[in-house]
Write a new protein. Structure first.
Length: 256
């Protein structure tokens, strides 16, 4: 079975499994998301009237909800960084099929990341930095094939490093700095050939730097400080002619 066929089959199965649940409009999904938030009364317009037959957050590309951007009748962006919002992210986030960016950094959100984030295949920018998310990093985020920037640093995630399947071919910025991640750096990370910035420092990962890291020719910054990594720096790193920073402080890596 080819990699592309396996990926397509897996994505179809994931979408169908979610579709079998009760359908929700984007507006009703947003009400579920709002219900999961705490301490955001000062965010203007986040009020639901789900009993109304004409309830719609988007009206001719205009949203009455603060931080929500619409395009025609679809929600394409949510930007609520630094609002001190607590609570959790509802699984209904997966119903926002046209979302292009999700910015919820610098809040007090907690709980696990819903696997339905992987349904947001149009999202290019995902920022969940500086919250209290814990538990495993959902492998379904590998289905976010248009993701270019993923910032989930300063949280409490405890699983292994995600994206091991290497489907995120246009990902450029990837930071998981200061979590509680364990395991090793998956060798398939070298398939992220568009990556420019990689920060997995201040985690509990171990093992060695993948030998094929030299294939990631766009890399300019690699930060691996304060981890349990060991071994030698791969010779292939010499192929990274655009590298400006290689952070290996407080590791057991030799040759630097």
């Amino acid at each position: 079975m080819s990699k592309k066929y396996f990926f397509a089959t897996t994505v179809i199965f994931f979408h169908c499994a979610f579709a079998n649940s009760l359908y929700k409009s984007e507006s009703h999904a947003m009400c579920d998301i709002a219900a999961g938030f705490i301490n955001f009364e000062f965010v203007q317009g986040w009020e639901c009237n789900i009993n109304s037959t004409i309830f719609d957050i988007c009206n001719d590309s205009i949203s009455t909800w603060e931080g929500v951007q619409c395009q025609v009748d679809s929600i394409v962006g949510i930007s609520l960084e630094g609002y001190n919002i607590a609570g959790t992210i509802s699984y209904s986030i997966g119903y926002l099929a046209n979302l292009q960016y999700l910015l919820l950094g610098y809040n007090a959100l907690e709980g696990t990341l819903p696997s339905t984030l992987g349904l947001l295949s149009k999202v290019a920018t995902l920022s969940l930095t500086s919250n209290y998310f814990s538990g495993e990093f959902p492998s379904t985020l590998g289905f976010m094939i248009n993701l270019q920037s993923c910032d989930i640093e300063l949280n409490q995630l405890t699983s292994t490093i995600p994206f091991s399947r290497g489907y995120l071919s246009i990902l450029q910025y990837f930071s998981l700095y200061s979590n509680k991640l364990t395991g090793t750096i998956p060798t398939s990370i070298i398939q992220l050939t568009s990556l420019i910035y990689l920060d997995i420092s201040s985690n509990m990962i171990s093992g060695t730097i993948p030998i094929g890291i030299g294939n990631m020719t766009q890399l300019s910054q690699i930060r691996l400080c304060s981890t349990n990594l060991s071994g030698k720096i791969p010779t292939s790193i010499g192929y990274l002619i655009g590298i400006t920073q290689l952070g290996l402080c407080s590791t057991r890596i030799t040759g630097h």
